[in-house]
Design a protein around this ligand. Sequence first.
Ligand SMILES: C[S@@+](CC[C@H](N)C(=O)[O-])C[C@H]1O[C@@H](n2cnc3c(N)ncnc32)[C@H](O)[C@@H]1O
Ligand SMILES: CC(C)=CCC/C(C)=C/COP(=O)(O)OP(=O)(O)O
Ligand SMILES: [Mg+2]
Length: 298
Amino acid sequence: MTSTDLGADVAASSGAAMFIPGPATPYQGDIARYWDREARPVNLRLGDVDGLYHHHYGIGDVDHTALGDGDGCAYEKKLIAELHRLESAQAELLLDHLGPIERDDTLVDAGCGRGGSMVMAHQRFGCRVEGVTLSAKQADFANQRARELGIEDHVRARVCNMLGTPFETGRAAASWNNESSMYVDLEDLFAEHSRILTTGGRYVTITGCWNPRYGQPSKYVSQINAHFECNIHSRREYLRAMADHRLVPQAVIDLTPATLPYWELRATSSLVTGIEKAFINSYKDGSFQYLLIAADRV
Ligand SMILES: C[S@@+](CC[C@H](N)C(=O)[O-])C[C@H]1O[C@@H](n2cnc3c(N)ncnc32)[C@H](O)[C@@H]1O
Ligand SMILES: CC(C)=CCC/C(C)=C/COP(=O)(O)OP(=O)(O)O
Ligand SMILES: [Mg+2]
């Protein structure tokens, strides 16, 4: 599938008689193609552990007793399970910051990937979760998982630009970006979250951002940008753009020390992708930070 068929294919596969536009920009077309083609073992084999497929990284201490020692297949299987546990722990932390959510609430996952965080949110709160991604492959994957789990009436992914969603103004109880805000302009992004959130609603992001104290994006940050075709923003840009759009930070947590064990473990595995050193070096030299920001829509 090409990016130009993006909208038409989704309309056809869902049987919906509606026009879904293609990517808003050539860049979004590239990102749609990137995620349509993505099939890295580090993501699929981790997801296969329990059926929650993530495209984000992990936090927390490594459980060395669960890993045991040695090498070989048995060790590799335990290592995959451990990396996956840390990635799910990351999503749990994000959900912890959504605040009280009722069963009849609707949540919005902006840049939902294969839908792992959406499933976890529904399982925790029993509510509706609407996700958007540029990739038709990802949306189909997430919707297929929701059907397999029998939760398709509550969890839905669609192909849509997070900067211009079809969601009603002021209705979402909470919304988030889990490692998906580095693909968009932050002023445009927070304008849209602010529009869809109810007053008093909660916005949460977990993101990698460059540290203004370092001065400019380091060579490692540039490597990460090139690797993923993204555009990592600075911490200052996040806080400024939130302030511009009635999003008032309630918590800003530096997760850098909490994510390093994940990267150091991943760097020893057979599933390395080549980007591990850039993350480890930039977290260690202080040029890059892994941050959670939870903000109230006022
Ligand atoms: C690194 S993945 C994160 C996926 C998911 N949040 C997770 O934690 O597993 C980035 C996601 O952002 C999505 N994305 C990037 N730009 C987007 C845009 N303008 N509108 C909607 N989704 C976008 C991609 O399609 C992809 O699903
Ligand atoms: C923190 C930053 C800068 C994130 C960039 C966005 C991104 C690609 C996240 C992980 O996706 P993935 O799970 O598909 O990547 P990988 O294949 O490396 O596990
Ligand atoms: Mg991954």
